[in-house]
Design a binder for this molecule. Structure first.
Ligand SMILES: CC(C)(COP(=O)(O)OP(=O)(O)OC[C@H]1O[C@@H](n2cnc3c(N)ncnc32)[C@H](O)[C@@H]1OP(=O)(O)O)[C@@H](O)C(=O)NCCC(=O)NCCS
Length: 352
């Protein structure tokens, strides 16, 4: 008889209990983050700008009781679109939770009268906590998510709210970027840990089937092309090799922008992001260690060369005119990339 373990658990990434769970072979199944925006740091002019720039697409306004049917319809259409696991799961709205009120505020964007984006916040005197933000799938990527969040901050700051909190899945690049644009600052990292189960048969030694924990590595496209030909990638980070450092720098998706803007900002070479799955790397016998990147934050360091066969996708990366790090859309045709001397390494282009 084996012990019945509860689970999964969600703990802060730096929680001391994490080591105990790991010693009992619990593993990380998802990562999430928390972020804060303080009224003092909010910039009303730029928030107004974020709302104004969608004026041609939709009308942004606060939602009221009468909007509840449209809220329920948009929630039903998007309820399966939230990435992550228990820590970031979205509970389908009840009529009660879909009805805005004094302590449950909502802001929406309407295109030709149809509700296409909304954000809900629970407000307790001077504090506001975002419950969720969602945009109808055909309307994503046009600034609407950012606009409704910006509108919520503008309105509530004017009413005396001083502290806003939000959070999401580390695999949700759009949500990370949206909140960053509104002025939220990431200040918490959470992990979801699950116990080993008897029914699971690892896909390979050390592998955990059905779980993915993504690692991103920023590379010069020229180095990646050379690795495809040689069958091994050995660059640790800009200007340093695996042999120099002892490991290859990796990041979780939400961590890469800050690293890139710090390390690669003045780099003229074409860049790309190598997308890997941590379990695949571990299954091949190469160690991945969560180590301090020198700024107090933990990053996944790959203690060995990268086998091009681990790379599930290669995404173009660049800096926009304002110096912000951008990552192109996944190249769905790229996985898995062939490697070896005859392989065509291809070119990774921006998706703009
Ligand atoms: C997350 C979500 C609300 C974003 O709304 P949106 O209207 O598509 O986002 P915006 O157009 O305002 O873009 C926000 C930022 O994300 C970036 N972005 C958009 N799509 C992206 C993607 N697929 N990957 C990475 N970044 C992306 C944009 O470039 C923009 O960043 P920038 O201002 O620095 O250029 C929307 O994707 C969604 O509804 N997802 C499903 C529900 C969900 O996950 N909600 C969040 C958790 S509560």
């Amino acid at each position: 008889m084996s012990r019945v373990e509860p689970g999964p658990v969600v703990v802060r990434a730096d929680d001391p209990r994490r080591a105990e769970f790991e010693a009992r072979d619990w593993h990380v199944t998802a990562r999430s983050w928390g972020a804060q925006l303080d009224r003092r740091a909010s910039d009303p002019a730029s928030l107004r700008d974020l709302v104004a720039r969608v004026a041609d697409v939709a009308a942004v306004r606060e939602l009221g009781e009468g909007d509840a049917p449209a809220v329920l319809a948009l929630d039903a259409a998007t309820r399966d679109d939230y990435p992550g696991e228990v820590a970031t799961a979205h509970r389908p709205l009840t009529r009660d939770r879909a009805t805005p009120g004094p302590s449950r505020r909502a802001f929406g964007a309407l295109a030709s009268g149809e509700l296409v984006a909304m954000t809900f916040l629970d407000v307790d005197e001077s504090r506001a906590e975002t419950d969720f933000t969602t945009v109808a799938a055909p309307w994503r990527g046009r600034g609407l998510g950012t606009a409704v969040k910006a509108a919520s901050v503008l309105t509530l700051v004017a009413e005396g709210v001083t502290r806003f909190r939000t959070g999401g899945s580390a695999d949700n690049g759009a949500s990370v970027a949206m909140n960053r644009r509104v002025g939220y600052v990431l200040d918490e990292e959470w992990i979801t840990m699950a116990p080993p189960t008897e029914t699971e048969t690892p896909a390979a030694p050390g592998g955990h089937p059905g779980r993915t924990t993504t690692i991103w590595h920023l590379a010069h496209q020229s180095d990646w092309r050379a690795a495809i030909v040689s069958g091994s990638y050995r660059v640790s980070t800009r200007g340093a090799s695996l042999d120099d450092v002892g490991f290859i720098h990796g990041s979780r998706p939400h961590q890469l922008a800050a690293v890139a803007e710090f390390v690669y900002a003045a780099d003229d070479e074409d860049l790309c992001v190598l997308v890997m799955d941590e379990q695949t790397i571990r299954a091949s016998g190469v160690e991945v260690r969560e180590e301090d990147g020198g700024d107090g934050e933990l990053y996944p360091h790959i203690h060995g060369p990268i086998d091009p066969a681990w790379v599930l996708d290669v995404r173009a990366a660049w800096f926009d005119s304002a110096g912000r790090f951008m990552v192109g859309e996944p190249d769905v045709d790229a996985a898995p990339r062939p490697h070896g001397p005859d392989a065509d390494p291809g070119v990774w282009r921006r998706s703009e």
